[in-house]
Structure formats: structure tokens, C-alpha cells
Design a protein around this ligand. Structure first.
Ligand SMILES: N[C@@H](CCC(=O)N[C@@H](CS)C(=O)NCC(=O)O)C(=O)O
Length: 204
């Protein structure tokens, strides 16, 4: 049995959870309290004490991209969520890269605005993150399909990444998602009809 370590809010953990759900895999979820009790003990799975970690018959895997590579290479061809090598795959991976970059900036924004003591918040850094998030969201907006999926008639890896990012940002202060990224928001709303997305939503 595969075990996915990490909580519901993390956009990286969620991307892996959606991915496994769309591939039809069984897995267990193990939440981890990295800012509390589990910080030191979790180093046995990831020396940096970060999630996601996927426990597999081949050992503990770290880093979302490497975990996804494992899931793709161990899945039957028809269950894969990335197109075959070529132009379509490059385009799909670029959407995933953009969604991932936006998620990274969102996580940095959360650390700065929710974790740092208020008297130590670096205002210029928050402004920089806010502008990077705005530009990244607008780039996602330009590329998101107005109906259906990035994957066409069925969701693919780009859908998993964009939905995970947008739903995570929905848990973060006021980033003006409705103005900046109505398309990705609508995609995330449509995705709730699919169990792999719905069951893993941060509110679920
Ligand atoms: N590049 C990493 C990023 C993972 C990451 O930043 N995870 C966050 C949760 S969203 C974490 O574990 N943070 C704890 C820390 O960095 O100390 C990946 O994609 O796996």
C-alpha cells in the first residue's frame, strides 16, 4: 500500500493525492505536524522534514516532481497523466511548472504572513510575493481552458497541478483570485465533480 505523508492544505501533497486518485491507485494518508511534534522524527523519511513524502515498496520518495515521475513510470500506459514525449508533453509540463511556481510563492507568502511574528514581517518581500503571485495567476488565466480540461475530455497532470494550486491559494488571505484567475477558479469548481479532486479538497 502506498502511504502519502502530508496534510490537506499543502498544494504539493494535494497534487500527488489527486494524481494517485486519477490513476485509480489505493493509498493511505498520514498527516504530519511539521511545525510541531513531527519535525524531528520526520527526518527519517525526509532529511529536510518536508512533505510530500510517498512511502512505496521501493522506499520513501521525496519531492513532488520525483514522486510524480515514480507514479508515471509505474502506471499502466492508459493511466498515465502526462502525454507521450513531444510537443504536448512539453506544453503540459510547462503548465505544471507554472502552477508549481505559483504554489511555491503562495507557500512563501503563507510563511511570511502567517508564521512570522508580525513585528518581523518584511513588507517589501510581501509586496514582491504579491506581485509575483499576481503575474503567475494571470499567466495561468490566459492558458486555462474555458470548458473541459487541460487534458481535453479527461483531466491530466496539468489539471491536477492547477487545481491544487488554486484551491490552496483559496485558503490564503485575499489574493483577488476572482479577478485574477476566474478561469482556474472555474476549473477548480468543475473538478469537484471528480472524486480524485473532491475527496482531496482542503475543505474535505
Ligand atoms: N519542492 C518541494 C516543496 C515541498 C514543500 O515546501 N512542502 C512544504 C509544505 S507545503 C513543507 O513541507 N514545509 C516545511 C518546511 O519547509 O520546513 C516539493 O515539491 O516537494
Amino acid at each position: 500500500m502506498l502511504i502519502l505523508h502530508g496534510g490537506k492544505r499543502s498544494p504539493f501533497v494535494r497534487r500527488v493525492a489527486i494524481w494517485m486518485g486519477l490513476q485509480g491507485r489505493d493509498f493511505e494518508r498520514h498527516p504530519v505536524d511539521l511545525f510541531g511534534a513531527d519535525f524531528e522524527s520526520f527526518r527519517v523519511r525526509n532529511p529536510l522534514s518536508r512533505v510530500p513524502v510517498l512511502t512505496t515498496p521501493d522506499g520513501d520518495l521525496i519531492e513532488t516532481a520525483a514522486i510524480i515521475d515514480y507514479l508515471e513510470t509505474t502506471a499502466a500506459v492508459e493511466a498515465r497523466l502526462l502525454p507521450e514525449p513531444g510537443a504536448e508533453r512539453i506544453a503540459c509540463l510547462q503548465i505544471i511548472a507554472l502552477a508549481n511556481a505559483v504554489a511555491e510563492k503562495g507557500v512563501a507568502y503563507v510563511y511570511e504572513t502567517e508564521r512570522r511574528p508580525p513585528q518581523l514581517v518584511w513588507v517589501d518581500w510581501v509586496e514582491r510575493l504579491t506581485s509575483q503571485l499576481a503575474e503567475g495567476l494571470e499567466a495561468l488565466e490566459r492558458q486555462t481552458p474555458t470548458a473541459g480540461w487541460f487534458g481535453g475530455s479527461a483531466p491530466n497532470g496539468a489539471d491536477a497541478a492547477v487545481v491544487a494550486t488554486v484551491d490552496f491559494l483559496g485558503t490564503v488571505g485575499d489574493l483577488q483570485l476572482a479577478q485574477r484567475a476566474p478561469g482556474p477558479l472555474a476549473l477548480a469548481a468543475r473538478s469537484r465533480a471528480v472524486a480524485a479532486f473532491d475527496r482531496t479538497h482542503p475543505d474535505a
